[in-house]
Design a binder for this molecule. Structure first.
Ligand SMILES: Nc1nc2c(c(=O)[nH]1)N[C@H]1C(S)=C(S)[C@@H](COP(=O)(O)O)O[C@H]1N2
Ligand SMILES: [Mo]
Length: 515
């Protein structure tokens, strides 16, 4: 047997496993967390100018490709070394594998915009790779031992040999297949996110009212009036975030219409875009929950596109479809309403939609829960009837109609917190999109409802911050909040779960006040 050869092969298989596992995990953690191109870019960045010009002199402008090939050869050599060392002088093979992975971890976490989280795929890859290296080395040694032993044990050699090759073969094939598929998916994701980063959206023809300074009360722990994109809640059925290129995106409006309409990305950007501040909410939000966020959206009214398509008599629903197959059923009337914000959005808080929030185009409809209106990665609008079609969640036990319920939430103090006696700011947010919040009241223990002070807003489509200055006496207390909207409706105390059409009840917390 050629022990060194098979030990070297073990090292190569283990290194391949590190890469394939990291690519696989990057599918979920984000294409930018893949160590492969991070290491490549680091090498290109760090290569001394002399080396670069030498390579250009030898190979022409393909210098980057040559650097990457050299890098691959170095990694291959180190993998061979790891395999041989692990058999001869364990655990030095493991040490080499960990050291090489460590370089990759440094490379990936020092990229522009990287966080420590970006290390996760490589760390998981490294762990799996070490386990594979050790398992292969163990099998190789067992095979070697039985082959070198006396006659009675020799019969075992064939079995041990097979044990090594089956394990090595399966692992190698799995690494190649998983690695190749995951890498190509990550390449697409990387391409979409860099194309997104290169987009400059046009200025709005109609700008949103600027956010008044008084919209933010500036209380620590209180949700900011405008939610930053990276902390905006995310809900969808997509296991992998759909990667849609703006260049190839089209929207089709069809079904019960006189004229089908088709729109490309450049068609859409050429239209007079409007900016609106709208608070999006999820029907699954529990009372007091965080599945809600407020953003400045840039987009074009769906009403105008429907006017081009001219829906025919009897139609009452628009079924919007995402590239990933998700659908939402929105009342046609709502989308045609002159007074309702209902847009095909391309921008979120001054930048193109983040990929996970629907890039390049999503719907945003003020006053309706996301599941019946806010289709991300939207590519199709079919004018139809509620009698003939259903959105994704309707056959799964959720209501066909989903107007957002008037609700309010206490953000500070935190539930269960201990605060000092004296004046305590009790603060939170309240919302009644498309209707407007008229009043927010707070109740301490079994006392009377007392009115909170409302902050400013840009209008009725957003949540509003509120604060109540509480003169807190020592002891344990219960705080409850309720909102009344502009239609005169006051939140019911009846507690309902999110399904089928949104939770109800008062957000209620306990706090202790130290004397
Ligand atoms: N394609 C697609 N769009 C979707 C969904 C989905 O699962 N797939 N979920 C909807 C739901 S339930 C909500 S609450 C909002 C959430 O939008 P966000 O993730 O941008 O906050 O998106 C809506 N649009
Ligand atoms: Mo949702």
């Amino acid at each position: 047997m050629r022990t060194n050869l098979w030990a070297a092969a073990s090292g190569v298989v283990a290194a391949g496993t590190v890469l394939a596992t990291a690519e696989l995990v990057s599918l979920f953690a984000g294409a930018e967390t893949s160590p492969l191109f991070a290491v490549g870019s680091l090498v290109i960045d760090l290569a001394p100018p002399g080396v670069k010009s030498l390579i250009i002199g030898l190979f022409g402008t393909g210098d980057k490709a040559v650097l990457l090939v050299l890098l691959a050869l170095v990694v291959l050599a180190l993998a061979v070394l790891a395999g041989i060392l692990e058999r001869r002088r364990p655990p030095w093979g493991t040490v080499v594998l960990v050291a090489v992975s460590g370089v990759a971890i440094v490379a990936v976490t020092t990229r522009a915009g990287a966080t420590g989280f970006w290390a996760v795929p490589t760390v998981i890859g490294m762990i799996v790779g070490v386990l594979v290296l050790r398992a292969l080395t163990t099998r190789l040694k067992r095979w070697q031992a039985s082959e070198n032993s006396d006659a009675p044990l020799r019969s075992q050699a064939g079995i041990d040999r097979r044990g090594f090759f089956v394990f090595a073969g399966i692992t190698a094939v799995a690494a190649v297949v998983v690695g190749a598929v995951a890498r190509s998916m990550n390449a697409v994701a990387g391409a979409v996110s860099s194309a997104r980063a290169a987009i400059t959206l046009p200025a709005p023809a109609t700008a949103a009212p600027s956010v008044p300074a008084g919209a933010d009360l500036g209380i620590e722990g209180l949700a900011p009036y405008v939610t930053p994109n990276d902390s905006f809640y995310r809900i969808d059925t997509a296991l992998q975030v759909p990667q849609v290129s703006a260049d190839t995106w089209t929207l089709k409006i069809s079904g019960m219409v006189e004229e089908e309409v088709e729109l490309s990305w450049s068609d859409l950007l050429a239209l007079p875009l409007e900016e609106h501040v709208v608070t999006l909410a999820c029907v699954s939000n529990e009372v007091g929950g965080e599945l809600i966020g407020n953003a400045v959206w840039l987009g074009y009214p769906i009403r105008e596109l429907l006017a081009r398509a001219k829906p025919t008599a009897g139609a009452d629903m628009v079924l919007s479809t995402s590239v990933d197959g998700f659908t939402a059923g929105t009342p046609l009337e709502t989308l045609q309403d002159d007074d309702r914000v209902a847009i095909l959005a391309v921008g979120m808080n001054g930048e193109p939609l983040p990929v996970e929030h629907g890039f390049p185009v999503r719907m945003v409809v003020a006053g309706l829960y996301g599941y019946v209106s806010a289709t991300k990665w939207v590519i199709d609008l079919r004018v139809t009837r509620f009698a003939d079609a259903q959105g994704y969640w309707t056959p799964r036990g959720w209501s066909a109609l989903g107007p957002i319920k008037t609700e309010s939430r206490i953000d500070v103090p935190r539930a269960g917190a201990t605060v000092a006696a004296g004046t305590v700011a009790v603060a939170g947010v309240a919302w009644a999109q498309h209707t407007g919040v008229a009043k927010v009241e707070v109740r301490v223990d079994d006392g009377d409802w007392a009115e909170a002070r409302l902050a400013d807003t840009t209008g009725i489509d957003t949540w509003v911050q509120w604060v109540f200055e509480w003169d807190a006496p020592a002891g344990n207390h219960t705080l409850a909040v309720r909102a009344t909207d502009e239609s005169g409706y006051t939140q019911t105390a009846d507690q309902a779960p999110p399904a089928p059409d949104g939770a109800t009840g008062w957000d209620t917390i306990s706090v202790s006040v130290s004397g």
